[in-house]
Design a protein around this ligand. Structure first.
Ligand code: NAD
Ligand code: TYD
Length: 362
């Protein structure tokens, strides 16, 4: 019943009856989207993927290097640089596929507090453009919207279930909620075949170093301060990235149209405890941690009930200890990758987000 990895469910040649052989993966050069592309191309012969990605600061074609290094897989990957809000590009690509998986989004809560506009353009207009293309395509491809547990807002106790009230509290979460509601409207009004996944906080290789775990790992490697927001007792439910990709794939294949599925990590941790484990693995001292001013509107806790997807035969299987060790070891071994991700506007962003906080930290 518990198959975390795509290969354990769907390994081997694509069957002639395979309904989702040609995929459009938007945001496929980002953290989770690139994992999905790498895992599916490596494990499912015959599947062809077109990636549509705008290559924002968070997108990186190098995330697809393992595919490029294998000529057989590379032949089944096409990369298109473009925007999901661009009608012409999208209509052209959607015309050729069996399913569209939308990973594309601005994904960082802190940046949505500093500069929300791009979140709305990609998360609302972009999703609408994709849905219109699916609605008008002659063969009606399936649409999968990758969403997040943040649509539930902060969950003081218990676990969020799919039919709970949506109560987003950050511009990021509000944009993701809006995208989901558009999907729902296209299912009801136009009969578009669509499913939604809500994933937990995800971690793993190729994670952009702006997020908690990769930021703290890479800062700690450099013996730089680790800016922990508030008291550090906020709680997150962690999901290893290849588990997240596999959960999404399971919903693509087995989810019922119009339904939403939590892809739960099942690993609830206080941020302080996550940082303690991370420092222990790296052999670095707690004295690197700085308690800095909290994030405005910081959600105290996320926790999801994964039983709906478990009833379809899937739940996450990577333990936090294993996943965290694999993640940290990957960052230690791939320093050029994360140093490149900390270039461009990184220093300006870091100063804006952390400069004053760190100068007044305890
Ligand atoms: P990411 O920021 O690493 O990647 C996003 C990708 O989308 C990038 O490659 C970027 O270039 C691309 N993109 C952004 N705007 C675009 C546009 N307008 N057109 C085309 N491409 C565009 O994000 P991620 O962490 O991989 O998240 C992927 C999806 O999963 C997002 O929808 C996010 O909301 C959702 N999600 C993320 C998490 C998490 O913890 N990271 C958890 C649950 C759900
Ligand atoms: P993050 O990785 O930004 O994911 P999200 O906001 O989507 O949950 O943050 C995870 C947790 O870590 C969250 O409670 C905020 C906290 N955090 C810090 O304490 N310091 C930081 O520098 C960052 C980026 C996050």
């Amino acid at each position: 019943m518990t198959n975390g990895a795509i290969d354990r469910m769907t390994n081997g040649p694509t069957q002639p009856s395979e309904p989702y052989r040609r995929l459009l993966v938007t945001g496929g050069a980002g953290f989770i989207g690139s994992c999905y592309v790498r895992d599916v191309l490596a494990r499912r012969d015959g599947t062809e993927i077109t990636v549509l990605d705008k290559l924002t600061y968070a997108g990186n074609e190098a995330n697809l290097a393992p595919v490029r290094d294998d000529p057989e897989q590379a032949a089944r990957l096409r990369f298109v640089k473009g925007d999901i809000a661009d009608r012409e590009v999208v209509a052209d690509l959607v015309g050729d596929v069996d399913a569209v998986l939308n990973f594309a989004a601005e994904s960082h809560v802190d940046r949505s507090i500093l500069d929300p506009e791009a979140f709305l353009v990609t998360g609302v207009i972009g999703v609408h453009v994709l849905l219109e293309a699916c609605r008008t395509a002659a063969h009606r491809p399936r649409f999968l919207q990758v969403s997040t547990d943040e649509v539930y807002g902060s969950v003081p106790e218990g676990q969020s279930r799919e039919d709970d009230l949506l109560a987003p509290r950050s511009p990021y979460a509000a944009a993701k909620t809006s995208g989901e509601l558009l999907v729902r409207s296209y299912v009801v009004t136009h009969g578009v075949d669509a499913v939604v996944t809500r994933g937990s906080n995800t971690y793993g290789p190729y994670h952009h170093p702006e997020k908690l775990i990769p930021l703290f790992v890479t800062n700690a490697i450099d013996d730089k301060p680790l800016p922990l927001y508030g008291d550090g007792l906020q709680r997150r439910d962690w999901l290893y990235v290849s588990d997240h990709a596999a959960g999404i794939d399971h919903v693509l294949r087995h989810g019922r149209s119009g339904e939403t599925y939590n892809v739960a990590g099942g690993v609830e941790m206080a941020n302080r405890d996550t940082v303690t484990l991370l420092l222990k693995h790296l052999g670095k001292p707690w004295s690197l941690v700085r308690h800095v001013e909290d994030r405005p509107g910081h959600d105290r806790r996320y926790a999801m009930d994964g039983s709906k997807l478990a009833a379809l035969g899937w739940r996450a299987e990577t333990s936090f200890e294993d996943g965290l060790a694999r993640t940290i070891d990957w960052f230690v071994a791939n320093e050029p990758w994360w140093r490149a991700a900390r270039s461009g506007d990184w220093d300006a962003y870091y100063e804006r987000q952390y400069g004053q906080r760190l100068r007044t930290a305890t």
